[in-house]
Design a protein around this ligand. Sequence first.
Ligand code: ATP
Length: 228
Amino acid sequence: MIKIEGVSKSYGNGAPALSNLNLEIEEGEFVFVVGASGSGKSTFIKLLLKELNPTEGTIVVDDVNLSKLKSRGTAKYRRKVGVVFQDFRLLQDRDVYSNIAFAQRVIGASPREIKKNVARVLSLVGLSEKYRSNPSELSGGEQQRVALARALVNKPQYILADEPTGNLDPENSWEIMKLLEKINEQGTTVIVVTHNMEIVKAMNKRVITMKKGVKVEDSKGEEQTDEY
Ligand SMILES: Nc1ncnc2c1ncn2[C@@H]1O[C@H](COP(=O)(O)OP(=O)(O)OP(=O)(O)O)[C@@H](O)[C@H]1O
């Protein structure tokens, strides 16, 4: 469970990027975070990844206060969190298999585990046949599915996706969202930052709306009123 209490983040130049944010995300939830450019969405993701620390307030994940973590604790915490970005961030000089296996090697998985787990996630995202391809040989949608497979290979409890469909056409965007939904149905908590209001409306999930660093709405699917 994620508990965010009184969190503000200032970069030291003008208005805070986040102001007094309070929210809880339960195990197994699917949450969209929406809001105009500059409303604090990426800052929110960076705080959850502990790439940044709050200026004020606390973020507690599964009873651990992120601000208290030192480097070893941070590394352990990050294993619970899979991340997907708008620009895929795949290693261009390695094939699909190696891109995903790399994440397993970092945590010291055995060659047998690596083989089994890479096959599992490639099958989940429907790319078993492409394991020897290089990212440059794949479509944007396929590259994002590889990035998702890489995020999932260490069996994270949480998936954070920052604009995962920002570079994709509508069809591929839907495919990625449906995959995220499937992953969520299998038990992973999923948090998705997006500008794609058409998808947000159609998916009928919890939606947190940010405006100038402030949470202005937190509603479940159909209750949602504003476009932002
Ligand atoms: N490294 C930084 N240094 C200074 N200010 C920053 C930094 N990162 C973000 N900001 C500021 O913090 C505010 C929130 O930015 P943030 O990137 O979190 O918004 P966002 O909602 O993710 O925007 P977008 O949809 O454009 O990605 C903005 O005013 C931005 O200019």
